[in-house]
Design a protein. Structure first.
Length: 235
């Protein structure tokens, strides 16, 4: 069987880098997407065998298009896309949050996955059992905030939760609209990375369990779902 080819965005550090490490350990060819050439090349060199750096800034149509051309020229197809690149936002209270603050977060967390998914669709359509994993968050779940016990764990804020809720709906609609491509959202769980300022009670390995599982599904796997490492997550 042909080797599996996967692309992970925002993979020079954190959950993305760990995802690349684990998928490459399966013998896959893994394209490590990073917006900064030096950081990306260093991470790819450290991870070694099976890992190929691809320069990719998810906020730039030109950068995404160039990355898709590079992958097309070198590999001619893509089996797995992990839309992982994401940014957090300061926990500004809702009444003080401006539209510009939301725009900056949405540009990466929402428009980024749209740019990348769209540009790589022709390559995914040539892939084997193609699948897309959207790295979302439990903070994008309206059901979570509807439970007062869980809502009490995070202060009210707009940008990050709204961006991940939007990503969840993108997932549901792509799953309906893309024939033959399985599209799922995952909540990694609270994991110590730069995005959390080093807080979080999970290891990187635990934080990537759901990503790895959904990246590895076959033709009989789910689509249009939302999962964490323990199973289904309520939208
Ligand atoms: N950690 C958690 O507890 C947690 C929980 C739920 C969901 N998540 C989600 O998991 C994903 C990974 O987060 P993380 O915790 O691993 O954070 P991280 O360590 O801060 O990594 C974020 C990655 O995204 C990249 N990135 C940011 N803007 C980008 C852009 N415009 N183009 C390309 N890459 C860009 C960063 O690159 P630079 O180094 O160049 O900035 C970095 O590689 C995010 O989508 C996040 O929302 C994390």
């Amino acid at each position: 069987m042909a080797e599996t080819i996967a692309l992970v965005t925002g993979a020079n550090k954190g959950l993305g880098r760990e995802t690349v490490r684990r998928l490459a350990a399966e013998g896959w060819t893994v394209l490590l997407g990073a917006r900064d050439r030096a950081r990306g090349e260093q991470a790819a060199a450290e991870l070694g065998r099976g890992v190929v750096f691809v320069e990719l800034d998810v906020t730039s149509e030109d950068s995404v298009a160039a990355a898709a051309r590079t992958v097309a020229d070198r590999f001619g197809r893509l089996d797995v896309l992990v839309n992982n690149a994401g940014v957090g936002a300061p926990p500004t209270i809702p009444e003080d949050t401006t539209a510009d603050e939301l725009r900056a977060v949405f540009d990466v967390n929402v428009l980024g996955p749209v740019r990348v998914t769209r540009a790589f669709l022709p390559l995914l359509r040539k892939g084997t059992d193609p699948r897309v994993v959207m790295v979302s968050s439990g903070m994008g779940s309206i059901a979570v905030y509807a439970d007062p016990r869980l809502a009490a764990l995070a202060p009210p804020m707009l940008a990050y939760p709204a961006s991940k809720a939007a990503l969840n709906m993108l997932t549901a609609q792509y799953a309906r609209g893309l024939d033959g491509i399985r599209v799922n959202a995952v909540d990694p769980g609270y994991t110590a990375t730069d995005l959390t300022g080093g807080a979080g009670f999970q290891t990187l390995e635990e934080g990537t369990d759901a990503i790895i599982r959904l990246a590895s599904i076959g033709a009989d796997g789910p689509t249009g779902g939302f999962f964490d490492r323990n199973g289904d997550v309520a939208w």
